[in-house]
Write a protein that binds this ligand. Structure first.
Ligand code: HEC
Length: 134
C-alpha cells in the first residue's frame, strides 16, 4: 500500500513538472537569431521596429526629393514631417487635403498624390513618429 502511494506521488510530481515545462516553453519561445526570450512586449517591439524600418525605406526613397532626409528638418520645398498624425498623412497623400482645422505648414499645393502607398501608410506613420520633432 505504501509503495503504491509512493508511486502515485512520484507520478503526480513528474506530471506537474512536465506540464510546467510545456507551459514555459509555449510562453517563452526563443527568437530565431538570438538567445533572447520573446515575451508579448518584445514581440510588439519587434513589430514596431520592422514598421519603422519599412517606413524609413519608403520615406528615403519617395519623399526626400522635396522633404528633408531628416524628417525633423525643412526640405528643399517640403516642410518638416516628424510627428505627423496618421490622419494628416492619409488626407495629404491620398486626397490632397488636410484634416479639419489643421493649419498647413505651406500652402503651395505642389505635392503630388501617393495612392500606391495605401498599404504602407502605417509604416510611414511609425517612422515619422519615431523621429523627434525639432
Ligand atoms: C514633389 C515634391 C514632394 C514629394 C515627392 C513629397 N512631398 Fe510632401 N509636400 C511637398 C510640398 C511642397 C508640401 C507643402 C504643401 C504643398 O505644396 O502641397 C508638402 C507637404 C506635405 C505634408 C503636409 C505637412 C504639413 O504639416 O503641412 C505631408 C504630411 C507630406 N508632405 C508628406 C509627404 C510624404 C510622406 C511624402 C513621401 C511619400 C511626400 N510628402 C512627398 C512636396 C512633396
Amino acid at each position: 500500500m505504501v509503495l503504491v502511494m509512493n508511486l502515485k506521488m512520484t507520478c503526480r510530481v513528474s506530471l506537474n513538472l512536465a506540464c510546467g515545462a510545456l507551459l514555459l516553453s509555449s510562453c517563452t519561445a526563443k527568437n530565431k537569431n538570438s538567445d533572447e526570450v520573446s515575451t508579448p512586449e518584445t514581440v510588439v517591439q519587434d513589430a514596431v521596429q520592422k514598421a519603422v524600418q519599412k517606413g524609413k525605406n519608403i520615406y528615403q526613397s519617395q519623399c526626400i526629393s522635396c522633404h528633408n532626409s531628416d524628417p525633423s528638418k525643412v526640405g528643399a520645398i517640403g516642410p518638416k514631417l516628424a510627428g505627423s498624425s496618421l490622419e494628416l498623412l492619409e488626407k495629404k497623400l491620398f486626397l490632397g487635403v488636410y484634416p479639419d482645422g489643421y493649419q498647413p505648414q505651406r500652402k503651395t499645393g505642389q505635392m503630388p498624390l501617393f495612392p500606391h502607398l495605401k498599404s504602407d501608410i502605417r509604416a510611414l506613420h511609425e517612422y515619422l513618429n519615431s523621429v523627434r520633432p525639432n
